[in-house]
Design a protein around this ligand. Structure first.
Ligand code: MN
Length: 132
């Protein structure tokens, strides 16, 4: 069956590491998602407003505006508040995960990112099979 990009499968990747960005982009394309990209927190907020992605995958350490500050801007704005934002975090220690969630992230994926974790989290927000 041919995979094609459908409405409602836009995923904004916010990541300043080119290798991580490329890995995520390829995985998302392979699975039929529509990846969008931002390399800084400022760019993330702009793209979220302009493109209205279905999910945002947000690195924490980013130039200009870090992932936590970008999250706050997204959640302050009624136009972007409803978009689920998933933290991509190397800090997968339990206490740190809890503090990220307390900042208002909707979920997290620990780095290094496994395909399984990525797809599991995305499936929560973007059902794999959309009915007719
Ligand atoms: Mn980073």
């Amino acid at each position: 069956m041919e995979r094609k990009v459908e409405m409602g499968r836009k995923v904004l990747i916010v990541e300043d590491n080119p290798e991580n960005l490329e890995l995520l982009r390829e995985l998302l394309l392979f699975k039929g998602y529509e990846p969008l990209e931002a390399g800084t927190g400022v760019e993330a907020v702009e793209k979220a407003l302009n493109e209205k992605p279905d999910v945002i995958l947000m690195d924490i350490q980013l130039p200009e505006l870090d992932g936590i500050m970008a999250l706050k801007k997204l959640k302050e704005n009624p136009q972007t508040r409803g978009i689920p934002v998933i933290a991509l975090t190397a800090h997968a220690m339990k206490g740190e995960v809890e503090s990220f969630m307390a900042e208002g992230f909707d979920g997290y994926i620990a780095k290094p990112i496994s395909i399984k974790d990525l797809l599991r989290v995305l499936s929560i927000y973007i059902p794999e099979e959309k009915g007719p």
